[in-house]
Design a protein around this ligand. Sequence first.
Ligand code: BDP
Length: 680
Amino acid sequence: MGNIVWYIVCLLGILCHQLCQAEDGSQLWLRYARVTASEAAFRKIHCPYRDAVASTAAAELQDYWRRGDVDLQLDKKWPKWQPDGYRIRSLGSKTVISAGNSTGLLYGAFHLLRLQQQGAAMQGLDISEKPSYALRMLNHWDNLDGTVERGYAGHSLWKWEELPGVISPRYREYARANASIGINAVVLNNVNASPLILRADYLEKVKTLADIFRPYGIRVFLSINFSAPALLGNLPDSDPLRPVVAGWWKDKADEIYRLIPDFGGFLVKANSEGQPGPQDYGRTHADGANMLAAALRPHRGLVLWRAFVYNPTAEDRAKQAYQEFVPLDGQFDDNVILQIKNGPIDFQPREPFNPLFGAMPKTSQMVEFQITQEYLGFSNHLVYLAPLFKETLDAQTYSRSEAGTVAGITQRGPHLVSAIAGVANIGEDRNWCGHHFAQANWYAFGRLAWNTGLSSNSLAREWLSMTFSPDPALVNPLSELMVESREAVVNYMMPLGLHHIFAFEHHYGPEPWGDIPGGRPDWMPWYYHNADLLGIGFDRTATGSNAVAQYRSPLREQFGQIGSCPEQYLLWFHHVPWKHRMKNGRSLWDNLCYAYQQGVDQVRGFQRQWDSLEGKMDTQRFQEVQSKLKIQARDAVWWRDACLLYFQTFSKMPIPAALERPVHELDELKKIRLDLKHHN
Ligand code: BDP
């Protein structure tokens, strides 16, 4: 009898444990099981350093490492120019992590834990690592009212109204997750910045977050509103060349550094999409950036000045940032970095690299990617972004004989500090990112910022084995699915170089017909696709806007000729006749039809693949991803029908008989209005 009671108690205990461990995704890729006291008794973590970051490293190992003794050692001879790097060696039964600074020890500790979690062999380790960029940074587009611009994972993590008094446990979890993948800098607030973030009470809140992040090696930056001296400081204006304005910024910087001695600096969106900036006073971007740089310089702070500027002029939007900034090369102070979006338009499913990269040899440049999926189906679509990030990083600009890739230019330029940024996809949802697989994009961004040489496939495998299971029956098919998913979204949304044919404002779903009479042309889909009876695409060659001329030879010739332009960029650079013969012998129209259908087929393939893995993972995540894939499959059909039926009104050509028929009426699709709020 007693035995039976005991048995039932045990069973209940196990059940309870499983329920408490609900797989809601909140643990991200950090699924290390805590060591028990008896396991801990059999190994020693030796760390003679007491600073906060080294202590975090030691505590992580103390809590989660179960495979023998570890020594943490700071190496005085470590090269100064390689901060954050580390070496891991097996010495007998012991493992030694050595580094030049405590953050190196922390990253080394997470590396060891990663190996343990993946079930890697631990004998004979000799691993040396150093980061590709000094600043590996997330940009949050979080507003002070708790909304997140282009955020699809719920409200902001930052509870401004509760801070500094109430501290959410998620602040620490967030910092730990970032540290585990090498992210060491965060911009807390939206680039469309409220001046209030610089008010004394908000700075106290910022300080509280900075204090929580510091032991994880993370520094805080803020987005600023260029009109803050007038709006917050009651000055008559915010002209950067006015001494009283420069003085206001200097005092503000001093005030911030008194609270946060390791504050990183300012991110600035100026004279872009209605934001204030130096041009409001007839000054240049360099005047504005240098004035802020002077205020931050005594504290070694940085200005990250965004190059995302364009106006509704007759000039092609894709050309404007280059035209604006290239003449300023050499005028920016050395603590200014120009932060440039990967493509010349705006985070589209596919864009050629931004020609500004490599065009300003005397200016520090950094890439800005978007991790949040503003133009990629929000958190409903499974789109793994490492292939997109790599496509830009690996792009050859031909601006230098060697090292002329975007990665090379942003890593080795006239920099004080090299940097890379990703617009975060993180919110207060239990699973942080809205879609379980969107976590992989946060992960891959951090890991690529650490090492741009890593492959999309290896990162997918690493993330899957840590987040789901190292079982090859799961990792093999799902890593392939992930790597294919970016190409799938391009196919069902905007193949062959099409871009920006999204529904107005919220950017979810297709609206190639979109037009708001009297609205800004450069926000209208027709501006980008130019479909007419002759063909489709944006002529950016010499007969059109000549944006190709912003690329260096041989790219400008290659992109500029219809015959040599890579087909993935064809309609980006050319207005192409519907009957144009493509490389596979089919007409352009038929190729468009096949591409859209392929996108739909790919998503259906993802569904089949996913369903075949039932039972190989927990039910909760299985079902949640399964239902998101259903949405994605429906959306892919929606995209295909909307685009093909609409473009067909120009091409007047039939959808090839071999392909699936549309299931919607164009008129019905045109009536769809989604009530999705976009917070500016
Ligand atoms: C666009 C977004 C807009 C951002 C802007 C930016 O639609 O919400 O404010 O980029 O990056 O992609 O400044």
